[in-house]
Design a protein around this ligand. Structure first.
Ligand code: DUC
Ligand code: ZN
Ligand code: ZN
Length: 502
């Protein structure tokens, strides 16, 4: 497409700068061609006047679940990706999940890629959930996937159908170190959770609220410390996903101060929601099921504060939605946990929706005059530029600079939305029947979302303008380390000691 499109008069925000007002962004063939003032134009030049509003890079949501076998209700690719662009996200990284019985990951990757093809409003890629990392998969299939642009895996330390034991974790980490794929880890201690769950069930405590009781912070803390230790032993960079616990976060922080390449992610639910939400309401106690996610919502406002500190001080590298959609009022959705009038939290599908609300919720606290919790630059790092770097999209996504894809969020001018925007289910574009953020007010919302130079969302004029064939599969490169470095000796080991066995 030969187009010349200018975004005029904006406050341009990148991971490093908020530029002086009035910068123009030139776009050609879907890429940013130049930044400047008074850029040359002719009658064919399409102009978007940002009216002095902030412009940030299109959101990169590096953790979403769309159309996975284990959550058949909620979103498919069309509704999930539509919701993404309406909230300013132009790239999502979703999951293809291997079954433990599968000796090859190729069929599962092929199947999940087919589900997305021609059905995505935004650009997309896949992480592989590895549940059966056989030697053949690691030595033969992983290099193939990497060559096809699937350069990251997620490993689980809990859930019977998904979890890996320590020796499997070690083997995958060593393979990651050699092959260079990015490793995400769900860190919760499986045995702690199943012991408590069995005992709660025996005592008749099965309401949704007990989901939070069954997964105490210590389960996250222990598993986090353990996976950091395994990563240090094998000298492998990792990212610990959806962190919710202060002590676990402190393990990460301490590792980072030792320059270990330990990255961490948190999500909106761990900044805004507390476990009391699992109690539902007077009319319907089971409504608490809407907020069942793992790790669970924590009990105390101080827990939320701790996560905000990690957002501000750099402990977290990414802020993802972990959009894990399950319809509430559906026999195959959250209502799986309600049978014959009996609530059983262990049968409730895990997860909350949030791909559309992720950016507005965090932006609400970024660079504002009063009570700011993070800078605008840090907002861009967390929501766009750092996930792009970590997952092999540097140079293409996550920045507003010549050569990058022209993926932009143009916010409303700050003075325009005096009352803010109320988050309401009826205004969202996902396929789920609720939002856990119902009624919350945010100060701004993406006015336009631009995907590779095309206006795909115009909040004031028609809403969704894009189509489900706009999104393309991203052939990602290898991710790069954002925090720390490899190549360090392990404390207490002799220099070179690892070479005897590695
Ligand atoms: N892990 C996720 O990443 N998402 C939803 C539930 C879970 O356990
Ligand atoms: Zn997880
Ligand atoms: Zn997830």
């Amino acid at each position: 497409m030969m187009n010349a499109l200018f975004v005029l008069l904006c406050f341009l925000v990148t991971a490093s700068d908020v530029l002086a007002p009035g910068i123009e962004i030139g776009i050609k063939d879907g890429k940013i061609s130049c930044l400047g003032t008074s850029l040359p134009r002719d009658a064919s030049t399409e102009i978007i006047d940002a009216k002095g509003a902030y412009v940030t890079p299109g959101g990169v949501d590096s953790h979403v679940h769309f159309q996975q076998d284990n959550s058949p209700t909620g979103d498919n690719w069309v509704t999930g990706s539509r919701s993404a662009i309406a909230g300013g996200t132009t790239t999502v990284l979703a999951f293809a999940s291997q079954l433990k019985t599968e000796e090859s990951v190729i069929p599962c990757i092929t199947e999940y890629r087919t589900r997305a093809k021609g059905r995505s409003f935004c650009d997309y890629g896949f992480h592989l959930i590895l549940t059966n990392p056989t030697p053949t998969i690691m030595s033969t299939e992983m290099p193939l996937l990497i060559s096809q642009g699937i350069t990251s895996v997620k490993l689980y330390m809990t859930y019977e159908p998904l979890k890996l034991g320590d020796s499997q974790l070690l083997n995958v980490l060593m393979s990651a170190r050699v092959l260079g794929f990015t490793t995400m880890v769900h860190a919760e201690n499986s045995d702690i959770i199943s012991l408590i769950t069995n005992r709660l069930e025996a005592a008749g405590h099965t309401d949704p609220y007990f989901h939070a009781i069954s997964r105490p912070q210590i389960a996250e803390n222990e598993a986090t410390y353990r996976i950091i230790s395994l990563a240090e032993l094998t000298d492998t960079p990792i990212l610990i996903v959806h962190m919710s616990s202060e002590i676990a976060m402190e393990h990460v922080r301490k590792a980072q101060t030792r320059m270990l390449p330990i990255h961490a992610e948190t999500c909106p639910q761990y900044l805004f929601l507390l476990s009391e939400r699992l109690k539902g309401n007077e009319k319907d106690k089971f409504e608490g099921a809407k907020c069942v996610c793992s790790p669970p919502l924590r009990h105390d406002p101080r827990d939320l504060e701790a996560m905000w500190r990690g957002i501000a001080n750099g402990t977290f590298t990414t802020f993802s939605s972990d959009h894990a959609p399950s319809t509430y009022d559906h026999a195959g959705g959250k209502k799986l946990g309600l049978k014959d009038g009996i609530m059983r939290y262990r049968n409730i599908p895990n997860g909350v929706p949030g791909v559309e609300t992720r950016l507005p919720l965090l932006f609400d606290f970024a660079g504002r005059e009063k009570d700011s919790r993070l800078s605008l630059q840090r907002f861009v790092q967390l929501t766009s530029s750092d996930p792009a770097k970590l997952y092999g999209l540097e140079g293409t996504k996550g920045n507003i600079a010549p050569g990058y894809d022209a993926d932009l969020v143009i916010w409303h001018p700050e003075a325009e939305l005096e009352e803010g925007v109320v988050i309401e289910q009826k205004n969202l574009h996902h396929g789920v029947d609720y939002t856990p953020y119902e009624g919350m007010i945010v100060r701004n919302w993406p006015r336009y979302t631009i995907l590779r130079g095309k206006k795909v969302w115009d909040r004031d004029n028609g809403g969704i303008l894009g189509t489900q064939v706009d999104g393309k599969f991203l052939q990602r490169g290898k991710g790069r380390i954002v925090v720390g470095k490899t190549g360090q000796e392990v404390k207490g080991m002799l220099a070179g000691e690892r070479d005897y066995w590695y």
